[in-house]
Design a protein around this ligand. Structure first.
Ligand code: PNS
Length: 175
């Protein structure tokens, strides 16, 4: 006699398809790249969404930030890099996704991310935010600390993907 499970799980409802990974990425760090690579293993498609925010002063233009991320993700066929302005939930819906992924480093990140996730949920309850813990080796990394190190002539090897080190250094030579 075949034993039937007492609780039936509708696996068809679990769709690991397109995920959106949003951020400023000014510039992409090894922490961001790690989240992209790991997400690309879990989801069918990852859209890295670079925020265009004219009110926030950034080192790289949105086009440059997109190009830098494309440069390091060329070997990942299921990763696409786009820019967006306006509400994140609108971008997610426009790109046929229902999932936002964010990386988490610290408790401070958690408070900020929790607030954003709840706001996005309030704006569109059909969209889920999922969190991926950063790898321990990247837990101290941020775009702002990378910029500070580069600005004062410190080594950024191991902090950003090797392929973009010359671009970051060049930017500071021009500054
Ligand atoms: O890398 P960041 O700067 O922490 O990324 C922040 C980002 C881009 C995820 C966030 O600022 C964002 O989603 N901006 C779009 C505006 C929006 O949708 N706001 C409502 C949620 S608070």
């Amino acid at each position: 006699m075949e034993i039937q499970p007492s609780v039936s799980i509708n696996l068809r409802r679990i769709k690991m398809n397109t995920v959106v990974y949003p951020g400023s990425f000014d510039p992409i760090t090894n922490g961001h790249f790690d989240i992209i690579k790991r997400s690309a293993k879990v989801f069918n498609k990852v859209i890295v969404a670079v925020l265009v925010n004219p009110d926030k002063k950034s080192l790289f233009t949105p086009e440059e930030r997109v190009e830098l991320i494309r440069k390091v993700t060329t070997e990942y066929p299921n990763v696409e890099v786009l820019s967006f302005s306006g509400l994140l939930i609108d971008f997610v819906n426009r790109n046929d996704s229902k999932i936002i992924i964010k990386g988490l480093r610290t408790i401070t990140d958690f408070e900020y991310e929790f607030q954003m996730a709840l706001m996005n949920k309030q704006l569109d309850s059909t969209i889920e935010t999922v969190f991926m813990m950063t790898s321990a080796k990247n837990s101290f990394l941020s775009s702002s600390s990378v910029k500070q190190v580069a600005a004062f002539g410190g080594s950024i090897r191991g902090l950003v993907p090797d392929k973009i080190i010359p671009d970051v250094l060049e930017k500071f030579r021009k500054e």
